[in-house]
Design a protein around this ligand. Structure first.
Ligand code: PMP
Length: 409
């Protein structure tokens, strides 16, 4: 069979996810992995969820084993609204402003389908969450990569790029800016309030939307919360929430919050994707949230993440302070820190050496669209133990030294 000529242009251009390929060895004996960005399974409230699952299947089977509405379970929406009001200060959200999706990843895919054409432009961080780019790329838009700084996207450069598009008469093709403003994946940095305000103002000035992807906002372990961009410009912001990092990713539940006209379009397009989000996990999550303040419950976990982050930053300081040109970010929450090495270090090239030394990271080049930078890596601190973090960073230093020695020979 000639499979090639059966394939669409998108599947011909699609490559397998580099992270997935590289991290296949993460479970090898003795391996210390700073790779995956997944929560600790011990934080999943499995006993109570098992109990609720039995109840909602036996007693609410007419709902939980049936198709649901495309828009999602109103009981879940009610419970989530309460959480948004209490913990994010987001008020006034109605059912029509909400769409329940199969994780935020589906929301990103719907954004591509609803907003992007081949002639469209969108702006993303440099670096950027690769799952978002993977979803948007399916519509072949043009990406503007805007450098990320310690306090979020460089808004001056964004404005320059928008001014240029305006002068070229292409600004009406510019659809949205995609940001993970709080504890960004991969860099762990948070956008300042000042930058959030400027972004919200620019959206009005240049008539574009803001996609505010917020999977990590509730995972703050130090510092003070910063208002969401949605609160600064609710008309133009599409806020993506997920249960993946606060409850469990296996439920595959996300919730889009946006103005009702946008939600209506998303719902119509979602019908063609999967009709509805599974009713069973939606009702399970709703019943759980009705009984528990999940954000309050997460506090011990966050304390654990904070102490592991401290251990990692201390280990980085101990091992790398004498190697010139190495720096890292200092996250106040979330799961990641981002290391930058001197330009001659190619972290993908160095990966084999790391595997030999039994330590894993995610090479930074996975997080760029066109203008690839090779001298970074993402480290996740939430899963390894304190001792493993210290030992892993020691191994990492050895890897870098061996690599640099080989390069100079
Ligand atoms: N956005 C970001 C920034 C993420 O890091 C992730 C998951 N790692 C997602 C979206 C997708 O999350 P999910 O589909 O599990 O909700």
């Amino acid at each position: 069979m000639n499979l090639e000529n059966k394939l669409s242009s998108i599947s011909k251009s699609a490559k397998s996810n580099i992270i997935r390929e590289l991290l296949k060895v993460a479970n090898d004996p003795g391996m210390i992995s700073f790779g995956g960005g997944v929560p600790d399974p011990e934080t999943f409230p499995r006993e109570e969820l098992a109990q609720i699952a039995k109840e909602v299947i036996e007693e609410e089977y007419k709902f939980t084993l049936q198709y649901g509405t495309t828009e999602g379970d109103n009981e879940l929406k009610d419970a989530y609204k309460e959480l948004l009001e209490k913990h994010e200060g987001i008020e006034g959200v109605q059912y029509d402003n909400m769409l329940v999706t199969v994780g935020s990843q589906e929301a990103l895919y719907l954004i591509g389908l609803v907003l992007l054409d081949e002639s469209s432009y969108c702006a993303v961080g440099k670096p950027v969450y690769l799952g978002a780019v993977g979803a948007f790329k399916q519509r072949f838009p043009k990406f503007l990569e805007i450098p990320l700084e310690d306090d979020g996207m460089n808004i001056n450069i964004l404005e320059e790029r928008l001014t240029t598009l305006s002068k070229e008469g292409k600004i009406d093709k510019f659809k949205f800016v995609y940001v993970v403003p709080t504890f960004q994946n991969p860099a762990g940095v948070t956008m300042s309030l000042e930058k959030r305000k400027r972004l919200a103002e620019l959206a009005d000035k240049y008539d574009f939307l803001i996609v505010e992807d917020n999977p990590y906002g509730a995972l703050r372990f130090e510092g003070s919360p910063i208002p969401s961009i949605y609160n600064l410009n609710p008309e133009r912001t599409i806020l993506l929430n997920t249960f993946s990092k606060i409850l469990c990713p296996g439920f595959r539940i996300g919730i889009i919050i946006a103005n009702e006209n946008i939600i209506r379009k998303f719902s119509i397009i979602k019908q063609g994707v999967n009709l509805c989000t599974p009713t069973l996990t939606q009702r399970l999550a709703a019943r759980y949230l009705q009984k528990h303040d999940r954000i309050e419950e997460l506090k011990p976990t966050l304390e654990l993440y904070r102490s592991k982050k401290d251990t990692m930053l201390e280990a980085l300081e101990n091992e790398f302070r004498n190697i010139q040109g190495v720096s890292w970010t200092r996250p106040e929450g979330g799961l990641f820190t981002w290391l930058t090495f001197p330009e001659e270090v190619d972290t993908l090239d160095m990966f084999e050496e790391a595997k030999k030394n039994k330590v894993l990271y995610v090479p930074g080049e996975a997080f760029y669209v066109n203008e690839v930078e090779k001298n970074h890596m993402r480290l996740s601190f939430c899963l390894p133990s304190h001792d493993e973090i210290r030992e892993g960073v020691r191994r990492l230093k050895n890897v870098v030294e061996v690599y640099l020695n080989k390069k100079t020979i």
